[in-house]
Structures are given as C-alpha cells and as structure tokens.
Design a protein around this ligand. Structure first.
Ligand code: FAD
Length: 514
C-alpha cells in the first residue's frame, strides 16, 4: 500500500523508528508553507533555521535511500497549497496513497488541523509518537489530578525517581543527598571571569532570506551577513552538546541567573532549538551532562549538573504537560486582567533602559536570550506594566529561535505573566531594579538610577514594582511568599507612597518613550 508520511519542521529526528528500514511503499513529505511562515511574525533567523534544518533532514533521508517529497515555500505558493494539510492531501491524491501517517504534533494548532484530515481523506490515518520526550502528553495532568497548582518540584522529583537520574541505588534517595541546589545557582559574575568561546555552526541563509522577501513573509529581527549560527543537523547538535559539556557546564549552575552585556550566552547550552526540533533527544543531553559530572567531579560540581538536569527533565517536560492539560483554555487566560500594549521599542530595542535595550537588542540580533533575560527583564517589565498576555505571547512566540507554542506559551502566560492564576508559579516573577542590579552589569552607566523610586531619573522598574503590588493586593496580599514585600510597602508613609504611584502612572502613560 502506498503510504505518505508527514514530517513536521519540529520532527527532525533521524533516530525515529520510522526510518529504521527503507520501504519502497513509503514516501516522506516535508513542506515549507505560508501557514507556518506566517502564523505569527517570526524572527527571520527562526524561519531560516526551520527551513534549512528541514532541507538538510530531507537530504539525509534521501541519502539513506528513503523516498522524499520536499516542497519549498516558492513551490507550495506556486501551487496555492498554503497549509500543511493542503499539501498533504494534494500529494496523497497524486500518489494514490492509501495511508497517511503523521507523528503527534506538539502544538495544539497542528493537532487540531491534522485531526481534521479524515474529513477530506478516505484512506487510513496512522499516528505515531515522536519518540522524543520522557513523558506522554497527559502525564503531568495525571500526576496533579484535582490540584489547583502544579508544583514543578514535585513533578521533577518524580521524574528523577522514575527515570533513575542522579539517584542512589535504592532508587529513592537523590545522589549526594539533596534534590535541588537552586540556592547555589544564583551567583553574580566576578569581573575578571573568563568566558569560553562557544562553537559556532555557520550556515548560509541567503537563499531563504531572499525567498521570504520574494513571497512577502514579514519577519522581525536581523541576520548579520545572512549567516545563521545554529546547529541544524544531528551531527552539529551533538557537537554543540559536546562543546557545552566540555566548556560551559562547569559554570552552568553557579551563573545560571547572571546577566551581562559582555556576552549573550554566558554558560548556557543554547540547545533549545536543536532539542525542540528533535535533532537531539533530552535523554542524550542529560546523559552527557551526568556522565561528564561523574568523570570530572572536581571540575563539575553537583550544583552545575543538577541545575541543568532540572531545566530539561523538570521544566521542559513539565511545561509540555501543563500545555496538554490546559489547552486550549490556557491561551485565553488573563487572570490579572492586564490590558496595556507592549511598548513599541520591544521591536527595536530603542529605550534608555539599559537592561531592556540590551536584552531586546540581543534578541533581535540572535533570536536568543537566556532564561533570566526572558523572565526577569522583558517578562518582568511587561508584567509590571500590565501588558495584555496576548501581546506578550505574540512577541515571545515570534522572537526566539526555540519558540514553539507548547513551551513558549506555558513559560510566557504561566511562569512569566501569571495569567494562569498561579497554576505554574506560586508567586509572580517580578522584581524592582534591585534584583536587576544584583544579577547583572546592566545598571552601570544606565540613563536611569537603579536606587531611585521617584523623579525623572528613577528606574521605571521601581515605581512599577510597587504599583504592581499595590494594585494587585487582593490577589497577592495573603501570599506568604510576598508578605515581606507588602510589609516593606506598608512601612512607607502616605506621601512617599503617593509619589511612587504617581511616578508609576507617568511611566505607564509614557511607556513608549522611556
Ligand atoms: P539553558 O539555560 O542552557 O537550559 C538548558 C535547556 O533547558 C534549554 O535548552 C531548554 O530546553 C530547557 N529549559 C530551561 N528552562 C526551561 C523552561 N523554563 N521551560 C522549558 N525548558 C526549559 N524555551 C523554549 O524552548 N522555547 C520558548 O519559546 C521559550 N519561551 C520562554 C519564554 C519566557 C517568558 C521564559 C521566561 C522562558 C522561555 N523559555 C523557552 C525557556 C528558556 O528561557 C529557554 O529554554 C532557554 O533560554 C533556551 O536557552 P538554552 O538552550 O541556552 O538554555
């Protein structure tokens, strides 16, 4: 029976059981489509990365002897096949396929689209697992059945036990006696610390950039010299992992939350794109880090590796589970009833606030920012300003190379904007300039003064922070993790409070020109 099997742009897993044998009856199909290039306004590097990685993957399948249909954006537009399913149905008919196969998508949007295939296809539809994650879609929902908050730490410990990662022989006790070294993962950067140069993987993206222009695809961000510096094949992803483990893992945990204008990547892995499109599996990434720690315990202390494992085994799988537990409703949450617009400089980086200018400028240049830049600079600012979560989501979904909805929306609406009513985060991730100054070198030389709350030069984060707490007292006043902050606020006299709130009102009104 002729079979047509779809491979989505984030399903580039050469290790998948589908590819274990060559079958003359099976044709694999990969499509560059208008729908995927425009479902949000993507960073130019993000579209280039997807299309280049898909092209390389198709070549690898062909080289291994598989039959492949690959349609470029030019070609699918020429045929007016603007969606994935339009392409698929077209090819199913042309090849007289009796079966269409697809791997379960990670996005709700595509899941729905593919479920509707049967309305227009009379043959058999087969689905397969992506063979990528540790967990199934519904595992998190099962673990927290009936619970109001989904505590990540509970899930993470369960995952450590279930998969026997960094555990004693009894399978119950964490190796080294402690589950979590978060307290040791908040170091600020010493001035003289040397940064290792990360391996780069330059790819010429000029053809794709020109194709996007030709077809009128609107993008954001920049791509210097039309060169894309990300791992785009499995070999490159493995080389990127090895480079991280050798040179950056030894400091990963300690400086996980630090930020600097000196270097965008610091000690982070930059493996999110490679993992999210499944060039590399989370199991192999974790195994490489744990093995390096076992071999080089003097150099790689436990807080480095545990911090890294928690991000992938914990946060990444947890976010996926939250997504499948709560979609589609999650995409409409706005628990704090925020309504403001994102300041226009989110698309240019042109603000006098050094931290935001740097975090946004870097994102426009590289389609990358590390977690704390996303959470405590751009996310924090949008939260304090009271921006509508739809606006915030659209920005995050567009700008980062690793932004796929299942992991973007849960981080943005849930963790960062607390639009989900506290399902993901037990307390909002918000701070004044004090935190930014402690964790970064951004405040040095900034137009605004990080110590000041009122006056023209006062850092906008400060008045916005108190304004946020004040206006959301009904939500957070009883939260014991925030009691200390409310006590501090209550100690200010009436006049000081009024001046801070007045400054906040000015900041909100003039957000576009800060
Ligand atoms: P490292 O710091 O080296 O961490 C290693 C890996 O851990 C990452 O590659 C990633 O796979 C995983 N990881 C770390 N933190 C998280 C997290 N909170 N959730 C899920 N996985 C995590 N990550 C995405 O992959 N796509 C997104 O669209 C995305 N949007 C985000 C939006 C906001 C507002 C925030 C606060 C975080 C977002 N993250 C997202 C999570 C995290 O910021 C990125 O995964 C990370 O910065 C990628 O860089 P890295 O590979 O160098 O990460």
């Amino acid at each position: 029976h002729p079979t047509l099997r779809l491979i989505l742009g984030d399903q580039l897993n050469t290790q998948h059981s589908w590819f274990q044998r060559v079958d003359a009856e099976v044709t694999y199909a990969l499509y560059e489509t208008w729908s995927e290039a425009t479902y949000t306004r993507h960073h130019v590097q993000k579209v280039c990365a997807f299309f280049l990685a898909m092209r390389a993957f198709a070549e690898q399948l062909r080289a291994a002897g598989h039959q492949v249909i690959y349609r470029t954006l030019d070609e699918s537009r020429e045929l007016q096949l603007e969606s994935i399913t339009a392409n698929l149905l077209h090819d199913a008919e042309a090849s007289k396929a009796k079966t269409i196969g697809y791997q379960l998508p990670d996005e709700y949007r595509l899941d729905q689209e593919l479920k509707r295939l049967s309305e227009n296809f009379g043959g058999v539809i087969e689905t397969a697992d992506t063979e990528h994650f540790f967990t199934a879609r519904e595992d998190v929902a099962k673990l927290f059945k009936g619970k109001k908050t989904y505590l990540m730490e509970t899930f993470y410990r369960e995952m450590r036990r279930r998969h026997n990662i960094m555990m004693e022989a009894d399978g119950k006790t964490p190796q080294t006696g402690q589950w979590n070294y978060d307290q040791e993962n908040r170091g600020s950067l010493p001035k003289d610390l040397e940064f290792p140069q990360a391996a780069t993987f330059p790819h010429d993206a000029q053809d794709i950039v020109e194709m996007l222009d030709r077809n009128g695809v609107e993008t954001i961000g920049r791509i210097a010299d039309n060169t894309l510096n990300y791992p785009l094949t499995r070999d490159e992803a493995q080389a990127a992992l090895a480079d991280f483990v050798a040179h950056r893992l030894p400091h990963f945990g300690t400086y996980q939350d630090a930020m600097t204008t000196r270097l965008p990547l610091l000690f982070h892995a930059n493996l999110s794109f490679a993992m999210n499109v499944k060039l590399i599996r989370p199991q192999e990434v974790i195994a490489a880090a744990v093995q390096a720690w076992e071999k080089r315990p003097q150099e790689i202390t436990v807080n480095q590796v545990e911090g890294f494992v928690r991000q992938i085994l914990g946060w990444r799988e947890y976010m996926r589970g939250v997504y499948w537990a709560k979609m589609p409703g999650f995409a409409a949450t706005n628990d704090l009833n925020h309504q403001a617009k994102l300041p226009t400089w989110f698309w240019t980086g042109e603000t006098k606030m050094n931290c935001l200018s740097h975090a946004i400028g870097q994102s426009l240049d590289l389609a990358y920012a590390h977690h704390i830049q996303r959470l405590m600079i751009t996310g924090n600012f949008a939260l304090l300003l009271g921006v509508h979560p739809d606006e915030v989501d659209a920005w995050y979904l567009g700008i980062y190379i690793d932004a796929i909805e299942w992991v973007e929306i849960t981080n943005t609406r849930g963790m960062s904007q607390r639009a989900d009513g506290g399902l993901v985060a037990t307390k909002p991730y918000c701070s004044s300039a004090n935190y930014v100054n402690k964790m970064s070198d951004y405040c040095q030389g900034c137009h605004y003064k990080h110590q000041e709350k009122t006056g023209e030069k006062a850092c906008p984060f400060n008045s916005l922070y108190w304004d946020f707490l004040d206006r959301h007292r009904a939500k957070f006043g009883d939260n014991f993790r925030m009691a200390f902050m409310y006590k501090t606020w209550d100690r200010y006299d009436g006049e000081t409070k009024a001046a801070i709130l007045e400054r906040a009102a000015w900041v909100k009104e003039n957000a576009n020109s800060l």
